[in-house]
Design a protein around this ligand. Structure first.
Ligand code: SF4
Length: 226
């Protein structure tokens, strides 16, 4: 299995309520200009060996509670199911970070009880999806993924990284309105860094975030940076 391109041995933040590690899979079908993991977008050689990761997981399975599988986009890989099954056999919970573009795989994994938590990115309002992802997106797939997640019995969250040049208050409002009011929706501010695809983008200032937060009066919106 050669889909792992990165491994973070410990995170107390990525998996809500659990001590976890993060496996990054390589390759993504989107090309978001604000992507921080741009080095993972291409399906290049894997820098992490499966055996190396599993040797660590075996040693730490009594300390760790879960594994986050992030990307890239984990669900573009047909053999992601094998990776997840092997981790579940160690007694660890699985959180998947996904862009929601593969509802069939998502449903299969949920139906087979292989996922315990899903964090799905909603990149923008549907009419701005292509410009926000840098590619032509099948919106029906995104709709289906939202529906599958909201009708599942697993824990989940939706989230949007907001970029000043791509998002405004109305966009956020339109996104939250299409979600079930019980769905947690997280807003995270874009921060420019070396690995970002488009270096000309900017995040919101603290004052702007506070203003947005005050104006967006929905009980299920959470601002990660405030
Ligand atoms: S979906 Fe995620 S990993 Fe893929 S390009 Fe966008 S931000 Fe990067």
């Amino acid at each position: 299995m050669n889909i792992i391109s990165g491994f973070d041995k410990l995170t107390l933040l990525n998996y809500p309520g659990k001590v976890a590690c993060t496996i990054f899979t390589k390759g993504c079908n989107f090309k978001c200009p604000f992507c921080h993991n741009s080095s993972l977008i291409e399906l290049g050689n894997s820098s992490y060996m499966y055996d190396e990761v599993f040797s660590y997981l075996n040693k730490r399975k009594n300390i760790l509670e879960g594994v986050c599988i992030s990307g890239g986009e984990p669900l573009i890989h047909k053999n992601i199911k094998i990776l997840i099954k092997n981790i579940k056999e160690l007694g660890l919970s699985i959180k998947i970070d996904t862009n929601g573009s593969n509802p069939d795989m998502l449903k299969e994994l949920i139906d087979d009880n292989l996922i315990d938590y899903v964090a799905m990115d909603i990149k923008n309002t549907f009419d701005k999806y292509d410009i926000t992802t840098g590619c032509k997106v099948n919106i029906d797939n995104i709709r289906m993924s939202i529906n599958i997640i909201e009708n599942s019995n697993i824990d989940y969250e939706f989230r949007t990284t907001i970029v000043k040049e791509l998002h405004n208050k109305e966009d956020i409002e339109n996104i939250v309105k299409m979600l079930n009011s019980k769905s947690k929706y997280y807003i995270q501010n874009f921060v420019n860094s070396d690995g970002v695809l488009n270096k000309n983008l900017s995040g919101f200032t603290n004052e702007e975030l506070v203003k947005l937060k005050n104006e967006l009066n929905y009980s299920n919106i959470y601002f990660r940076d405030l």
